[in-house]
Design a protein around this ligand. Structure first.
Ligand code: 3ON
Ligand code: FE
Length: 486
């Protein structure tokens, strides 16, 4: 579906994907349309909030939902599905009590009004944002705390993991690692916000050993969800926000509801030297960035591609996200940003008015010049709306490819898997052609309240999926995932 629709979606349909999935499944997916490519060997892991209420009390925000891992294991053209909740300490305790025992960062409060939440600053690590396989470990990530280690086959929770003694109990390990094809390293960061913000940049070799961990201090409060990687830099955006924690401490608001966007301040772009040293700062007009597609160094410049919002929408207490008016929210748009550390000049272009999120590139192109960006996108090219499509943008020609599941389908993050991978390969070792691979995307189908895994040929997205695997149930809208051949 690519044409104009009077109504690309209805709120009732969209809301179906915000319902919890309480059951845990194990089965071979037999309802398959098309053919699963036989060179897809390995496992697609995905994470996201699975539980959107507890004890009959609806959560205030989906990002507060307990993490649920889905594993799609590819074997000789067949796919096995399994989903398991991460058995975090908070999940187990709340499961037993059948009620909320913790407040959520994004506004979910314990029942009983402000008094029940007053001065309760305990944080529930909900392990809901990303899941990666590295150094022989499967890790569920949540940016405010430590990773949880899971069994890669059964998805059983092994427990909190301090990465062989690297992390202290109070440390944070972000949910946005990048895999560097040049150094064969996993790079990730940890943020401790405060009056000034401390950022630790961790690099791990292929065995999972931490080989470098420079620490940087940048002035002011920073809420940093993701970073971009080049051979010499980790790049973080310090969005112009202030935190007034008082309503949080008083039990009136969640921590993230105390974040105020300040459009009078610039957005600060920090270049953190990967080998340590002094961070460099550049500024651009206020915007809010969660995610980056990629970055690379080009002569005197550094080019970054990101998803930017004109501002961070206030998360008002009492608002039900299930009633959100998408068209009234700032659109998430693809921006290309050029940084010149010598002159401090920052230039940027908005690529399109189409709302989009969850950008990815070919794994061999991370930190390198590249041509194609793959994203989840809205159906309508101009209006902000839920994600319903798969979209490809070509930096070289400006050409686009687009496939939409509208009006009743809702899309999630696409994952790029190069062709020709062998068991045990890193993803960047597959076919090097930037469109020589598959895109795996979970789509929620409101017409039957079930989800599907779609497989696209990256070179021919507009042609539609080459395989459509129908699940026996829905999967609530997820966040991030990764593919491993291990
Ligand atoms: O003072 C700090 C403030 C703060 C907000 C302390 C802090 C580190 C505890 C903190 C916590 C941040 C956390 C826990 C952030 C978690 C984020 C998360 C789970 C998801 C973010 C997703 C971002 C996007 C853009 C998702 C978009 C999704 C769609 C468009 C599809 O529906
Ligand atoms: Fe993210």
């Amino acid at each position: 579906m690519t044409g104009v629709l009077d109504r690309p979606y209805t709120m009732a349909d969209w809301r179906g994907g915000t319902e919890s999935l309480t059951q845990e499944y194990d089965y071979w997916i037999d309802d398959v349309e098309g053919t699963v490519p036989t060179d897809l060997v390995g496992t697609l892991y995905r994470n996201g909030p699975g539980l959107l209420e507890r004890g009959g009390v609806p959560l205030a925000h989906p990002f507060d939902g307990d993490g649920m891992i889905c594993a799609f294991r590819f074997e000789n053209g067949r796919v096995h599905f399994r989903n398991r909740y991460v058995r975090t300490a908070g999940f187990l305790a709340e499961e037993k009590a059948n009620r909320l025992l913790y407040r959520g960062v994004f506004g979910t409060q314990k029942p009983g009004g402000w008094l029940a939440n007053f001065l309760d600053t305990r944080v529930k690590n909900i392990a809901n944002t990303h899941v990666i396989y590295w150094g022989g470990k499967l890790l569920a990530l949540w940016e405010a705390s430590l990773p949880h280690r899971l069994d890669p086959v059964t998805l059983e929770t092994i427990g909190l993991d301090n990465l062989d003694g690297l992390l202290k109990e109070s440390d944070a390990f972000a949910a946005h690692p990048r895999f560097d094809p040049q150094t064969q390293r996993l790079v990730n960061f940890g943020v401790k916000p405060g009056l000034s913000t401390r950022i630790t940049l961790y690099e791990f070799d292929a065995s999972g050993q931490c080989v470098s961990q420079p620490v940087f201090q940048i002035p002011g409060f920073a809420f940093i969800h993701d970073f971009a990687l080049t051979p010499n830099y980790a790049i973080v955006f310090q969005n112009p926000v202030q935190l007034n924690p008082l309503p949080y401490l008083l039990g009136l608001r969640g921590a993230a509801q105390c974040i105020q966007f300040n459009a009078k301040e610039p957005t600060r772009v920090w270049l953190l030297p990967r080998r340590g040293g002094t961070p460099q700062m550049l500024t651009m007009p206020a915007c809010f960035v969660f995610h980056h597609a990629n970055a690379y160094e080009a002569g005197d410049e550094i080019h970054v591609e990101s998803i930017a919002y004109s501002h961070f929408p206030n998360l008002e207490p009492g608002m039900d996200f299930r009633e959100v008016n998408f068209a009234a929210l700032p659109s998430s748009l693809l921006w290309r940003i050029q940084l010149n550390p010598k002159t401090k000049a920052v230039d940027w272009q908005v690529v399109s008015d189409r709302p989009c999120e969850f950008p990815v590139v070919h794994p061999a192109k991370v930190g390198q010049p590249y041509r194609y960006t793959y994203l989840a996108a809205g159906h309508d090219p101009k209006t902000n709306a839920p994600l319903q499509a798969l979209w490809r943008c070509d930096r070289q020609t400006g050409e686009e490819q687009f496939w939409s599941a509208a009006p009743r389908g809702f899309a999630s993050e696409p994952i790029f898997v190069p062709r020709g991978l062998q068991k045990g390969d890193f993803l960047w070792q597959g076919a090097q052609g930037e469109e020589d691979g598959w895109l795996l995307q979970v789509v929620y189908d409101a017409s039957c309240h079930k989800s599907q895994l779609l497989i696209f040929d990256a070179a021919a997205i507009s042609a539609g999926a080459v395989a459509r695997l129908r699940l026996k149930h829905h999967i609530p809208y997820g966040l991030h995932g990764s593919f491993t051949t291990a």
